[in-house]
Design a protein around this ligand. Structure first.
Ligand code: KG4
Ligand code: ZN
Length: 373
């Protein structure tokens, strides 16, 4: 049969009102985490399984795409089995599959997408292709679980809301009028904020990923000790590459070396106190820009809520300073839902399914490594 006939025969999502829950199985493999989760009705977390290949990348100081892709192949089937067993469900209970098809590393995305396509065909399930960046924000829609050890937001944000999406690859401020009606107010013009954290960590001899280790070290430092230039950006855009270079120059100056002194040699020359001061000063500047832009957008658009998403949302000083500056008590998802996971895809997939958003063709869906919002 032709591709078109096949498409016509594909299962459609039909809301079934006799059933209490719509169970979406989410798959996420955009970087180094192989993740599968089941979420009911977009809010109820039934399982969340994440296998990370981080340990294999650590010695290289960053994710190696080929190693990540190979690890996904090994981990995806056990993760699927674990996600269904944790949710106490089988394939008959799953109403649809949502897979993050971009943005990310192409080899990594391919494993998740091919798995989702195969499952959709074999089990005859509707398939939804979700955007990784968009899905991060949906960690803020997960409000209930019976799984132990999760701190969830008390309620889903009301529209219109402002989302600060900050990760190792993205830094953007988005105004949501509805699930699918949003406006990207600003984004980074160079490095992502998490990427800057990772590079600064490397410069200070701290392990990858840099965010948590820089945050820890900054506790012993004085954030006002190193004067860093404020980047002037138009509108709501961000820039982090200048800040990272300014920090490198400050570190070289501290040890009395010239600007061509290699950054790899810095950790051995800097004292613990100097490292802590550099970490604290960098963190203050990095967070300062995020808070300042969010505050300006908050005043301009008067949203009903502000949410933070992505790996950098795990930052305690970011959460505190944002709450303080906005003058609101900022709710935030569990760290396990801030970093890469599949529950966020399953939650967003529910809104795709119930809002008649584009159904993906399991025979042709391709990855989109540079997908944006
Ligand atoms: O969302 P995520 O898990 O993966 C991407 O899609 O990028 O984000 C990972 C990023 C890394 O750059 C990591 O250094 C950063 O989040 N991160 C943090 C913290 N925890 C993780 N950045 C600042 N403070 C933290 N506590
Ligand atoms: Zn991510």
């Amino acid at each position: 049969i032709s591709k078109y006939d096949r498409f016509k025969q594909m299962p459609r999502f039909l809301p079934c009102y006799s059933r209490l829950k719509v169970n979406i199985l989410g798959i996420e493999t955009s970087c180094d985490e192989t993740a599968v989760a089941v979420v009911s009705d977009g809010y109820y977390l039934r399982s969340n399984v994440v296998a990370s290949s981080m340990d294999l990348h650590r010695k290289y100081g960053g994710v190696v795409p080929e190693i990540a892709a190979r690890s996904h192949i090994e981990a995806i089937t056990p993760c699927l089995e674990e996600a269904l067993s944790q949710a106490k469900l089988d394939w008959g209970d799953i109403d649809a599959i949502a897979v993050n098809y971009g943005a990310g590393l192409s080899g990594s995305l391919l494993i998740g997408v091919l798995t989702a396509r195969t499952l959709a065909i074999v089990f005859n399930k509707p398939l939804y292709a979700t955007n990784h960046i968009h899905s991060h924000i949906y960690a803020n829609f997960i409000t209930k679980t019976d799984l132990p050890g999760y701190r969830l937001v008390k309620s889903a944000p009301e529209f219109p809301f402002l989302a600060l999406m900050v990760s190792g690859k993205h830094t953007q401020l988005v105004l949501f009028n509805n699930h699918f009606d949003y406006q990207v107010l600003g984004r980074t013009t160079d490095d992502a904020v998490g990427e800057a954290y990772d590079k600064v960590a490397k410069m200070l001899g701290l392990p990858y990923p840099g965010g948590p280790s820089v945050e820890k070290l900054a506790l012993n430092g004085d954030p006002g000790s190193v004067l860093l230039p404020k980047t002037r950006m138009s509108g709501y855009d961000f820039s982090y590459s200048g800040l990272k270079t300014a920090l490198l120059r400050a570190a070289q100056k501290m040890i009395g070396e010239s600007y061509d002194y290699p950054s790899v040699k810095l950790p051995a020359r800097l004292t613990d106190k100097q490292k802590a001061n550099l970490a604290a000063s960098f963190q203050q500047a990095a967070i300062g820009a995020l808070v300042e832009h969010t505050k300006r957008a908050y005043d301009e658009f008067s949203p009903k809520a502000v949410v933070i998403a992505g790996g950098v949302a795990a930052s305690q000083p970011l959460r505190e300073q944002l709450s303080k500056t906005l003058g609101i008590s900022l709710d935030y998802p569990d760290i396990k839902l801030c970093s890469d996971n599949a529950a966020m895809a399953a939650s967003l997939g529910y809104y795709y399914a119930t809002n008649n958003q584009a159904l993906a063709d399991p025979y042709t869906l391709d990855v989109e490594p540079s997908l944006s919002m």
